[in-house]
Ligand binder design. Structure first.
Ligand code: AMP
Ligand code: GLY
Length: 424
């Protein structure tokens, strides 16, 4: 089969590397890809939300299946575009249609969905500038800290957690009346603050059947000890020690089953990944958010632990016989540490030459923001690469990642030296 992966990050490099293992793969394309995917696949320089360009790529290269990495093309309707097109309609797309993608594309929709289908989540209400005063009143009924979420996609920046009521009121007004996050904050979800430790659970579904993939924990803050600004993710670990079999069974019963059943009840034919962001409060899971794709950098620790043929699983999604597919996972621990550009997540410089990659022997380097410039690998984004290692313990895997990182260099390279600090 010829496969096209849409996206350009570490997640897509991890998909590409995993799919390369499949005996069923003929040609692999990544659009637009990065310097890492360039080495193992054919990069096609198009924007994944330019559906006509995606169509041209599919037809020119006899692509048999499309795997969508990021949320933007899904929320914009890439799967619907394929189904509506006479020549593309039989080419499977891994990723939900617009209706399912709303689970990530609209926080208000996803909260309504959870409430309707009995999925545990924080109490909430949604507000617009028309009922701003009611929003102020609702805030007064809550205890600090206050959680305000822009309804729409806001590049991971749309969630504010505020300690004072006055600040929360000011920010709410900024969001709905002054469009702090543009159209994304026309509606704002206000919800109760959840205590506990976060965990990500990943589900692959064909709309009827599902497989629960390895769980992972992401380290979102830029600074050590989980301090400073939020990032896309600075590192990840899989599995998560507190998410043992009994806990995951609880998550399956309380969250996964009602989610899949809810999609079916609402007539949403969902084919793809569901990334469930959970807060674990003393053994009780509560859903913080759904994403309609895999996480990044979580994919860089989840996929290396899957033994099964990923393409075979994707065929199960496309043919709705995922239940017939075998699925197994290695017990070892995977860790990844993200190397980022100095200054990220605020302003940073790009086009820094990256050296020493050829000396890395005990880890896999997944490229994120990299590109080729005169045949040299250079940085092209804030998150530059994820260094993944496997070990019998978290400590052993992390030691390998950090030894590998010592061999990699670029100007102003930054990374967290404490990934896993709360789990080891
Ligand atoms: P979201 O985009 O909904 O995942 O929110 C971003 C981050 O904000 C989450 O990963 C949590 O760390 C935090 N967060 C969101 N909602 C809550 C909540 N209700 N209680 C506590 N933390 C939250
Ligand atoms: N690492 C978090 C995310 O992919 O949204």
């Amino acid at each position: 089969m010829n496969i096209l992966i849409l996206g350009a990050g570490g997640r897509e490099h991890a998909f590409a590397l995993k799919l390369k293992e499949s005996k069923k793969i003929n040609q692999l394309f990544v659009a637009p890809g990065n310097a890492g995917t360039h080495k193992i696949a054919t990069n096609i320089s198009i924007n994944p939300t330019d559906f006509e360009a995606v169509k041209k790529t599919v037809l020119e290269n006899d692509v048999n299946m499309v795997i969508v990495g990021p949320e933007a093309p899904l929320v914009a309707g890439v799967h619907d575009f394929f189904l509506a097109d006479e020549v593309l309609k039989n080419i499977p797309v891994i990723g939900p249609k617009k209706d399912g993608a709303l689970l990530e594309g609209s926080k208000d929709f996803s909260k309504q969905f959870m409430q309707k289908h009995g999925v545990p989540t924080a109490r909430y209400k949604s507000f617009t500038k028309e009922n701003l005063t009611e929003g102020f009143n609702f805030l007064e009924t809550l205890e600090p800290p206050y959680v305000l979420k822009a309804d729409g996609l806001a590049a991971g920046k749309g969630v504010l957690i505020l300690n004072s009521l006055e600040e929360a009121k000011t920010e709410l007004e900024e969001m709905v009346s002054n469009k702090k996050f543009g159209e994304a904050s026309t509606t704002v979800v206000i919800e109760e603050f959840l205590k506990g430790i976060e965990l990500s659970v990943f589900v692959l579904t064909d709309g009827k059947n599902y497989k629960i993939l390895p769980s992972a924990k992401d380290y979102k803050r830029i600074g050590e000890g989980d301090t400073g600004l939020n990032t896309g993710g600075m590192g990840a670990i899989s599995p998560v020690p507190f998410a043992d079999d009994a806990y995951l069974k609880k998550v399956e019963e309380l969250v996964v089953k009602p989610t899949i059943a809810g999609l079916q009840k609402d007539g949403i034919d969902y084919r793809g990944f569901i990334f469930i962001g959970l807060m674990n409060d003393n053994g009780n899971p509560s859903v913080v958010e759904y994403n309609v794709r895999m996480g990044d950098p979580e994919t860089e620790v989840v996929l290396p632990r899957i033994k099964s043929d990923l393409l075979d699983l994707f065929e199960g999604v496309a043919n709705q016989n995922l239940n017939e597919k075998s699925f197994s996972v290695i017990n070892d621990i995977a860790t990844t540490v993200m190397l980022v550009s100095g200054g990220y997540p605020e302003s940073y410089e790009k086009n820094k030459e990256i050296t020493g990659l050829e000396n890395v022997t005990e880890s896999t380097v997944f490229h994120a923001g990299t590109t080729l410039n005169n045949n040299k690998v250079v940085s092209a984004g804030g998150r530059v690469m994820a260094v993944t290692s496997i070990g019998n313990t978290i400590e052993e895997a992390l030691e390998k990642s950090y030894r590998s990182i010592d061999k990699i260099h670029f100007d102003k390279m930054n990374y967290r030296k404490d990934i896993g600090f709360d789990l080891t």
